[in-house]
Design a protein around this ligand. Sequence first.
Ligand SMILES: [Zn+2]
Length: 349
Amino acid sequence: MLQERIEQIMKEGRESLATVSTAADFEAWETRYLGRKSELNEILKGLKDLSPEEKRLIGPLGNRVKQELAAAFAVAKETIFERNIDWEAERIDVTAPGHPIVPCGHLHPVTLIEHRIQDIFLSMGFSIADGPEAESEWYNFDALNFPKDHPARDMQDTFFIRQEKKSQHRFVPRTHTSGVQVRYMEAHKPPFRVIVPGRVFRNEATDASHEHTFHQFECFMVAEEGMVTVATFKHVAETFFSAFFNEKVSVRLRPSFFPFTEPSFEFDISCVLCGAQGCPTCKQTGWLEIGGAGMINQHVFESAGYRRGQYQGFAWGFGVTRLALMKYRISDIRLLMSGDLRFIRQFQQ
Ligand SMILES: [Zn+2]
């Protein structure tokens, strides 16, 4: 009877060991078959009560089964971890795309507009020029025919850079991109057509439509006397704005005054928000004020070393920032420089 029971324990133990898969099951199996209070151990403890014949039979058999189960347990313990692995889940697909851990940046809305403007002008045969953001007072004002007492030089409109040494010229964070005009003329001989996108700075109180730092672009075209006229400017401006807004845009000129152009104009474009029908943005006029323009003053050509009357050309400029506000219907200019990612991320393409 006992002999049969021991053989059954052996069979059961081996069978259940093959199905053990978790650490908890494993522990339970050990307690049940090898533990101090296991059935097998109880049998071996009761040997002393058996007859000498039974002792001779049951003792060695019980011990052998105990050793065999312990050995099987040791082997199973070594392979348990391998058995637990879900090989399908562990399979590595080396061709799978990775997980983006670092979020990718993207272009700022003003940069997107700047690129769009550059593309249009490049398609019209213009070159792109660049200039320093810290500009000498000469290029920023004097060379452009600003009188010494011009209000634009006032501390209230212009930031000045503190300089240790009194050099010939004071430097200012440029108040417009026009300073590049004379720089470019000094290095090139007409005819040329150029745009200058860039960041400019004004000592200004900020509100929803004014910012101390913003982006402008300058456009100028110069050739022999008589080749470039006001009509040329009007055509270039209409072509540009029509391409930019993807619709026919008209340009209107109103007389104005700037030191570096003669004659000078303010120019408006037909309102792209209402199709020139009249809306709150254009104050029901159907026109939007966009920027200033004019025929380059001969004094400016003289600053660049050109002979008076030899060349003729137009120059105009306006705010890229202004255009970005219009294009994206942004109500507060200060959002653009706020560094607020919730705002900036809307322009991810
Ligand atoms: Zn309108």
